[in-house]
Design a protein around this ligand. Structure first.
Ligand SMILES: CC[C@@H](C(=O)O)C(=O)SCCNC(=O)CCNC(=O)[C@H](O)C(C)(C)COP(=O)(O)OP(=O)(O)OC[C@H]1O[C@@H](n2cnc3c(N)ncnc32)[C@H](O)[C@@H]1OP(=O)(O)O
Length: 253
C-alpha cells in the first residue's frame, strides 16, 4: 500500500492529511492526487471528521507543486490538460469541502503547493517558510485552477501582485497580503489555534462553510477554474515552459 498521503487523527476530530514525499519536497504525483481525492471523499462522509488539516512531511517542505520528474513527460496541450484538470477537480472538491479546511504551511510552498494552500479555508505558516506562485517564472500560469480561488480570497490587487510577480515571500508579508492568518514557531501550536474552531458544533462550522460554497456554486467557480486550467494547458506545450522544466531537472548535472 502506498504511503504518499498519511491520514491521522490529531485531537479528537481533526483529520490530518500529510503529503509524504519529503525526498521530492512533497511534490504532487498522480498517486498523491488519487489519494487526496479518495481521502477528501471519505472525510466528507465521516461523522468523526470535523475539520481537515493538510501539511507536508518533514521540516523542509509543505509542497513543491507538481512532480516535474513525472509531469515533464507531458508535452502537448491535451496531455497537460489531462493532468491539470485532474488536480483541478481535486482542488475544487477541497475548496468546496463542507467542513473547515486548514493548510499548515510547515515548509516551502511553491507553485502548486501554494494552490493547495489557497484551496483551504485558512492558512497557517511556520516561521521562516518560503511561499511563491512561481508558475510565471516557468512561462505558465496557475494550472490547477487556484489563481481563480486566490482572487476570491485576497483583494484583487494582492492576488494579482502574487500571481504576476511570482515573488517568493515570507510569512510576515503573506500576512499583510491576507494569504496567511497566523504564524507559529512550533508545530504543536497548530492544535491550540484550531481549538477555537473545533470547540464549536459541526452544524455551526458547516453552516458557515455552506454560505461560501453556495456563493461559489452560484458564480460558477468550477467553470472559472476550468477556464484557468485551459489557459495553462495551452502555455504548457510551449518551448519556453518545456525549457524551464528541463532546466530545473538538469540543474544539478
Ligand atoms: C505542475 C503544476 C504547476 C501548477 O499548476 O501550479 C506547478 O506546480 S508549477 C511549479 C512546479 N514546482 C517547482 O517548480 C518547484 C521545483 N522545486 C524547487 O524549486 C526546489 O526543489 C524547492 C521546492 C524550492 C526546494 O529546494 P531545496 O530545498 O534546495 O531542495 P532541492 O531543490 O535540492 O530538491 C530536493 C529534491 O526534491 C526534488 N524536487 C523538488 N521539487 C520537485 C518537484 N516539484 N518535482 C519533482 N522533484 C522535485 C529535487 O529534484 C531534488 O531531488 P534530487 O535532485 O533527486 O535530490
Amino acid at each position: 500500500m502506498s504511503n504518499c498521503l498519511l491520514k491521522t487523527f490529531v485531537g479528537d476530530s481533526i483529520l490530518q492529511l500529510t503529503i509524504n514525499r519529503p525526498e521530492k519536497r512533497n511534490a504532487i504525483s498522480y498517486e498523491v492526487m488519487n489519494e487526496l481525492d479518495e481521502a477528501i471523499d471519505l472525510a466528507k462522509e465521516d461523522k468523526d471528521v470535523k475539520m481537515l488539516l493538510i501539511r507536508g512531511s518533514g521540516e523542509q517542505a509543505f509542497c513543491s507543486g507538481g512532480d516535474l520528474s513525472e509531469f515533464h513527460a507531458l508535452e502537448t496541450e491535451k496531455a497537460a490538460f489531462g493532468m491539470l484538470s485532474k488536480m483541478g477537480q481535486v482542488l475544487y472538491k477541497l475548496a468546496t469541502f463542507p467542513k473547515p479546511t486548514i493548510a499548515y504551511i510547515n515548509g516551502t510552498a511553491i507553485g502548486g503547493g501554494c494552490e493547495i494552500a489557497t484551496a483551504c479555508d485558512i492558512r497557517i505558516a511556520k516561521k521562516g517558510v518560503k511561499m511563491g506562485f512561481v508558475q510565471g517564472h516557468q512561462a505558465i500560469t496557475t494550472g490547477w485552477g487556484c489563481g481563480t480561488i486566490l482572487t476570491e480570497k485576497l483583494t484583487p490587487a494582492n492576488a494579482m501582485s502574487l500571481l504576476w510577480s511570482g515573488s517568493i515571500i515570507l510569512p510576515e508579508e503573506a500576512i499583510k497580503l491576507g494569504f496567511i492568518s497566523e504564524v507559529i514557531e512550533e508545530d504543536e501550536q497548530v492544535l491550540s489555534i484550531l481549538e477555537k474552531y473545533t470547540d464549536k458544533q459541526s452544524e455551526v462550522l458547516q453552516a458557515y462553510k455552506n454560505m461560501l460554497v453556495r456563493k461559489w456554486e452560484q458564480t460558477n467557480l468550477r467553470e472559472r477554474m476550468m477556464e484557468e486550467i485551459k489557459v495553462c494547458a495551452k502555455l504548457w506545450e510551449k518551448e519556453e515552459h518545456l525549457l524551464a522544466v528541463k532546466q530545473f531537472r538538469e540543474r544539478k548535472k
